[in-house]
Design a protein around this ligand. Structure first.
Ligand code: NZQ
Ligand code: ZN
Length: 383
């Protein structure tokens, strides 16, 4: 196992009715900026619970943070936070609202151009942030990362700082009952791929991390389709919500090699063609596993055996079986796995490759050997 430092300070309040705990973790006298997306929180009763819980605090509200949160919108929110002298942010929504709020938290404390925070400048200070999660997917509720879209530059820009771990996250599975099927599928696929990107690399003498990942994958496979079949099954939603948080709260990746090339290629597809984040992953991952079958051979065989129960036949057949099962699972979650299903063809490939090159994504993967030629073969396999 490799050396590592594990740090995760986010306090999680999990379960039904936990939104009422909101005020407990907000310091007395704090001036709160509540951020949200396009309005789902007004239709599913979440806003009413948040408003009630924050009754003792001066609250400023900023809505309209888009899926794939946009830089320009977040700059407006930052100006509002400054004008209202807000000193605590509460994000209410999915990964986009939480990521966007992490950016606002940093930008509110930054004197220069806020774009610097997305182009390599170290984040030196940030307002404290808490969140109420309404979509189980990204893990943003208990990690230090964010991704912001810059529309004019056609870029999804990532940032990260230990200062951006939410102080607390409220995970009430009931808030996810109102998700449309597309977002249920997206959430399960995103958590599944987060797990795979930290697991499906090469053996690293880390049997605990392996079994932890396999447990998450099997739980997502078992519970995901049930959420589509019965959206109001609390037990199912609770298990999915807890899986998604743990898939990207840092624990799984301790001491092991990580890949993340599916995410990097996927981000370019979102920036260029506005495909939902998780849907890009479902396009890239099966193609990437086929392309990387030699580099990932040992772990692919372990994945085939332990996650999909494939123990008969030749090794190559078992690897093919595992890739097929992965693709079928994404389809069962209602998520397409081919570019053609999004109306895209081989014309997209040079554009995606040019973006990858522009962003320095020319040596991806756990061994930094996934070059542009390999990305091209992956995209061809995803047509
Ligand atoms: O905007 P509203 O009206 O709230 O509607 C949202 C949005 O349209 C809706 N929604 C959320 N909760 C709902 C609901 N609708 C009904 N009932 C509810 N309870 O769902 C839509 C999508 O929301 P969004 O927040 O965009 O989805 P997700 O959580 O999948 O977040 C995706 C973003 O997270 C980034 C992605 O790149 C993308 O920008 N990621 C962040 C990561 C991180 N911070 O660690 C890691 C991920 O790999 C990912 O890159
Ligand atoms: Zn993701």
């Amino acid at each position: 196992m490799r050396n590592f430092t594990f740090y995760n300070p986010t306090r999680i309040h999990f379960g039904e009715g936990q939104i009422a705990k909101l005020a407990r973790d907000v310091p007395e006298g704090a001036r709160v900026l509540v951020t949200h997306g396009g309005g789902s929180i007004f239709q599913n009763g979440v806003w009413q619970q948040v408003e009630q819980a924050l009754a003792g605090h001066p609250v400023t509200r900023f809505g309209g943070i888009e899926p794939n949160p946009q830089f320009d919108t977040l700059v407006k929110a930052t100006e509002l936070a400054r004008a209202e002298r807000c000193d605590f942010i509460i994000a209410v929504g999915g990964g986009s609202v939480i990521d966007g709020s992490k950016f606002i938290a940093a930008a509110a404390c930054h004197e220069g151009d806020p774009l610097e925070l997305l182009t390599g400048r170290r984040i030196a200070a940030a307002l404290p942030l808490g969140c109420v999660l309404t979509l189980a997917a990204t893990g943003s509720e208990s990690n230090p990362h964010g991704v912001v879209t810059h529309v004019a530059r056609q870029e999804k820009l990532s940032f990260s700082s230990a200062l951006l771990y939410p102080r607390f996250a409220i995970l009430d599975p009931r808030t996810t009952f109102s998700l449309p099927p597309r977002q249920i599928g997206n959430g399960v696929v995103d958590a599944f791929v987060h797990t795979l990107e930290q697991y499906l690399t090469y053996p690293a003498d880390a049997p605990l991390q392996d079994r932890y990942a396999e447990g998450l994958l099997q739980t997502l496979i078992e519970e995901g389709p049930k959420a589509l079949a019965d959206p109001e099954d609390y037990r199912v939603r609770a298990n999915l919500m807890w899986c998604a948080t743990q898939a990207l709260n840092g624990l799984l990746g301790c001491g092991v090699p990580q890949d993340w090339s599916t995410h990097m290629i996927g981000h370019e597809l979102t920036a260029l063609y506005h495909i939902d984040h998780a849907q890009t992953l479902a396009l890239v991952l099966p193609a990437l596993l086929a392309e990387r079958r030699q580099a990932k051979r040992e772990k692919l065989l372990q994945y085939a055996l332990r996650v999909w129960g494939l123990k008969e036949g030749e090794e190559d057949d078992r690897i093919d079986g595992a890739i097929r099962a992965t693709r079928d699972f994404f389809k069962r979650m209602g998520v397409p796995t081919r570019l053609s299903e999004h109306g895209l063809d081989a014309d997209v490939i040079p554009r995606v490759l040019a973006q990858l090159e522009r962003h320095g994504m020319t040596a991806l993967g756990e061994r930094h050997d996934l070059d542009l030629a390999a990305s091209e073969r992956i995209l061809l396999k995803a047509l």
